[in-house]
Design a protein around this ligand. Structure first.
Ligand SMILES: [Zn+2]
Length: 285
């Protein structure tokens, strides 16, 4: 992928190096062994993020914080993230007025290990997420290493897809989709997970809509789309569950299977149209 960024940092909050909790009295959870980490992060994800934000990272396994930090590769990772963030916001700023909604930029917070968000404390464990309360995307750059090493999805377009998916959640908020979905969830608790899947798959499709635009502008290299699809497949609920517990429990799905995630990302990539991302209207998804 060609990184074609003007270096605009106006919507970026770089909190790396500030220490935990965004500067003052950070929340130290004192994680011990791996098992405790897994259990705590499950609780963490459910309690803090399911209702308000909805984490997009895997909620089990080794924290990104454990990975070796190499300043050069981290700077490159930041460049990719900032480009994907700014560029996708530019694309959406042109798109949402066609949906009769003015675009309001989100911010992206880059952090190490832990920080605070409008949806509660965040740490590297929860993975990237969008918080609708403060309209910010939270990203620990260590997640990109995880994506490459643990999930077998390397490549800058894979990283960009993750960021574009989070921007997709912001677009869902602006278009009122997220609000309606939360209302539907409280009306019909039995559909909570299915509605969450539809929301997540639409964010994948929206990431694809952005990808379509980058392809139009000849920013993609051969193999980029495959890298993105591989990333989408690598974080499907079925795969994450199987890796974590050896079992697949569809009733616990909140983001969609590997196949579904690939399908909707590809749909956005192919069509480039918001209308084709109607995961809520689709009878089967
Ligand atoms: Zn998501």
């Amino acid at each position: 992928m060609r990184i074609n960024d003007d270096g605009d940092q106006s919507n970026i909050e770089d909190r790396r190096g500030q220490g935990g909790g965004g500067g003052g009295g950070g929340i130290k959870l004192g994680f011990g062994g791996m098992v405790i980490v897994g259990i705590l992060s499950l609780i963490f994800r459910r309690n803090l993020f399911s209702t308000l934000g909805g984490s997009d990272g895997p909620s089990n396994g080794s924290p990104a914080a454990d990975s070796q930090r190499d300043p050069a590769s981290e700077e490159r990772a930041k460049k990719v993230a900032v480009f994907a963030f700014n560029d996708s916001q530019r694309v959406w700023a042109a798109e949402t007025p066609q949906q009769h909604v003015a675009y309001r930029p989100a911010k992206m917070v880059l952090f190490w290990d832990e920080t605070r968000s409008g949806c509660g404390a965040a740490d590297a464990q929860v993975g990237p997420f969008y918080c609708p309360t403060d309209e910010k995307v939270y990203l620990d750059l260590g997640f990109f290493d995880e994506l490459a090493k643990r999930f077998g999805a390397p490549g800058e377009f894979a990283q960009a897809y993750v960021v574009a998916h989070e921007v997709g959640h912001h677009v869902q908020k602006l278009l009122g989709i997220e609000g309606k979905m939360r209302q539907a969830q409280s009306r019909s608790p039995e559909l909570k997970n299915e509605l969450s899947e539809r929301l997540e798959l639409q964010a994948d499709c929206f990431a694809g809509v952005w990808g379509h635009s980058t392809n139009d502008r000849r920013l993609l290299d051969p193999g980029d789309v495959d890298a993105g699809l591989k990333a989408a497949a690598s974080i499907g609920d079925d795969k994450l569950q199987k890796d974590a517990t050896g079992r697949v429990r569809p009733e616990k799905f909140t983001h969609g299977t590997s196949e579904q995630r690939k399908k909707w990302l590809l749909r956005g990539l192919t069509s480039g149209k918001v209308e084709d991302c109607d995961t809520f209207g689709a009878t089967s998804f």
